[in-house]
Write a protein that binds this ligand. Sequence first.
Ligand SMILES: [Zn+2]
Length: 260
Amino acid sequence: MHSQRLIPVPALADNYIWLLAESNRCLIVDPGEAPPVLAALQRESLTPTTILLTHHHPDHIAGVAGLLATYPGLPVIAPHDERIATATRRVADGEQVHIDAPRADFVVIEIPGHTRSHIAFFGAGVVFAGDTLFSVGCGRMFEGTPPVMLASLDRLAQLPGNTLLCCGHEYTLANCAFARSVDAGNIDLQQRAEQVRTLRARGEPTVPVALELEHATNPFLRVDTPAIRTSCARAIGAAAAEDRIARFAWLRREKDGFRA
Ligand SMILES: [Zn+2]
């Protein structure tokens, strides 16, 4: 029995392309460019068996063609979205994705909001969440509204607390600065911010991270906590802040305009 390894491959400005490896086989998630993946495969002596795509943005899929040039015939599993031309299989909510090597069974979770067809893959103790949930943050709503995005985050929040969040970008340091501005008394957040500063100073990734730590630190998963309710009420008024969608929309708006 070989154990499985999660390898975040830094790419482009601040993306992570994820490899899940077992023995000498791996799957690749969201290859926004091919060269760093090809280098990682060589360095780790890995042969890819499958590509998983969470959404159509170029910084998540533009490396597929380059990988197929080296590994022709790799299955490419993607959401139902014609903007992903390289897909060989399209999957919808609740569908199972079985992979032989690395041995893994994923369930597809539709999480629209960042884009209308965004999906997550949950399995093997991991959730590949693309640009919907980041550590201590969430994605921008390019093709969705606050209720749609919040419902997607609620679905991810229901996964087991020990699930490891694998997200598409290294945004955690900036996310911590914003989170502290709306959740100032949160000790767990202060400790996470300290840990993140240390990791980034060493050039190390801040993910994967357990969902239970996100519950304690991520303001977008904490819209129902007294701390976020209080911050929101101060900003938009107590009556408006009674509505959790209004609280989420306020948080997302504040983050869009936030400069540390
Ligand atoms: Zn994106």
